[in-house]
Design a protein. Structure first.
Length: 201
């Protein structure tokens, strides 16, 4: 134990910890860290910042839907492809462009903008098809421009009331500094509606 003696010529050197600087030790002729009152040590010790818990986030696949920024949960999206040749289907709904083949699979190609009743997707520019799979059902959705994957904090989601007011296929609305308002589509509901309408024909 390091100590300081006052009754002799020789003195052992006491190395004072930096966090005890300014603390008066002269009241005790023989003192060590194990006998120094704990409350003074804790008071003089430097504070350590508490660890910050990570912010919960969700990942979305973003794209342009007309003049609006939209997105779907990333786990529903398999890949992005150029617009292939599409075989028209007889008596199909207007939004159902036809059947498309990709990587040995054949599945319906849907104009998402037209399905939502907001116009028709232009075939010019950076138009692409994103291939989605939900419950083993594969659908290709035509959109004007792919933005890519983006993560948002859960706290960025606006109130459910606003999302519900925008349509039955909207699950959320997200406010983002980099993307503005992002409309999140409830893709399982979209695919379910497409299947039900097709079965009725």
């Amino acid at each position: 134990m390091l100590c300081l003696q006052t009754n002799g010529a020789s003195k052992s050197h006491f190395s004072r910890p930096h966090f005890l600087t300014g603390v008066d030790l002269r009241s005790d002729t023989r003192i060590g860290l194990d006998t120094f009152p704990l409350k003074h040590v804790l008071k003089a010790a430097p504070e350590r910042p508490l660890p910050v818990a990570p912010t919960p986030q969700e990942e979305y696949f973003l794209f342009s839907l007309g003049a609006q920024r939209a997105g779907v949960r990333s786990e529903f999206v398999r890949e992005v492809a150029r617009v292939p040749a599409v075989t028209p289907l007889p008596k199909a709904h207007a939004y159902l462009m036809g059947a498309m083949g990709h990587r040995g699979e054949v599945f319906p190609a849907v104009d998402l903008l037209r399905f939502l009743g907001r116009g028709t997707t232009s075939r010019e520019g950076r138009v692409r098809v994103f291939v989605a799979e939900i419950d083993n059902v594969i659908v290709g959705f035509l959109v004007e421009q792919i933005v890519g994957l983006h993560r948002f904090a859960v706290s960025d989601r606006l109130s459910p009331t606003l999302a519900e007011a925008t349509g039955e296929y909207i699950s959320a609305v997200i406010r983002s500094e980099s993307h503005g308002l992002v409309t999140v589509l409830h893709l399982p509901a979209v695919v379910k509606a497409i299947r039900e309408r097709t079965d009725k024909r």
